[in-house]
Design a protein around this ligand. Sequence first.
Ligand SMILES: [Zn+2]
Length: 382
Amino acid sequence: MFGHSLKLFELFGFSIRIDASWFVIAALIIWSLSAGYFPQIAPGLSQATYLALAVVAMLGLFASLILHELAHALVARRDGLGIGGITLFLFGGVAELKDDPKSAASEFRIALAGPAMSLGLSGLLGLAAMVAGGWGLAGLLLGYLAMINLVLALFNLLPAFPLDGGRVLRAWLWHRTGNMLDATRRASGAGTMLAFVLMGLGVMSALSGGGFGGIWLALIGFFVLNASRASYQQLLMQDSLRGRRVVELMTPDPWTASPGMSLQDIAERVMLTHGVSFVPVVDADLVVGYVDTHLMGKIARTQWPRQTAASVMAPLDPSAIVAPGLSAQEALKQMAAGPHRKLIVQEGQKLRGILSLRDLMGHIAVVQALGGGTGSADRAGP
Ligand SMILES: [Zn+2]
């Protein structure tokens, strides 16, 4: 989801990044402010002034989003949760929580912190705008930022998971029933419903001459729809892996290559013969790296007889290794956070197997087809 993000700076120990999609949105915001909003509320200024106002307003919006996410992140850190960082993308930001909140009360506090920050900012900026009312351009900017922070607070409070309001709803349902998965299902169901309403309103407004506002609304609806489905799916996957260990789901005793083996031999005698795309390189019982079809593809075929596994293999880094006793949920998180879709299962220094994303997904598919997580029995509701 955060494939192409750019790190900007650090704030309170959190790294602040922006997703590539944000540049598109920033350009759209500058355009709609300089061509629409500012000429409308303050007619008669030069085009250059509108553009400058729009750029500063966009930067102010940017800072407002960061402060909103920072509030979530600080409360989450105080509650003992790991935070990956803050990424701004399409319609807002995400404080990337590494774990789910430990209790409904914690989720409630973390979810409310962001809108509370936006509301507070809106109040302060509104006050400043009133004081600066006679200052012209400064008053215009402060007024816009007060309004946009109010919009941020209210929009995020919509009861549609994974928006903040949806998280508050989930915390309440979770608190009432004690079943987090079911609370998430219902809160993201509300998110899906709201998304369709937003998209419908947006399309209707665009068709009846609402123009840009309608398109915004439809886009936001589309974003909420995807996000609500994705976050429930993610939780469902984690739940399906509950209680499983890497050793139960891995492919044991995989085919290996020695460091001196030529790429030609690896392709013909290992990959094609046994139908595997990922081959650990083992030297005297120790895993020293791996060769896969992706690495092979980078070397010209004519070089395959001359190149050895040792000369092209990827070295082992910690993000490519798991222990057999690790929980499958942790292994999935490791895959999601790192670049590897296949992990080498090692006990001490000894190769035990390979765990692929396909192994995990296969297990998840079976659990889903049989109708629920392995842990559902101990959490059965009333
Ligand atoms: Zn928020």
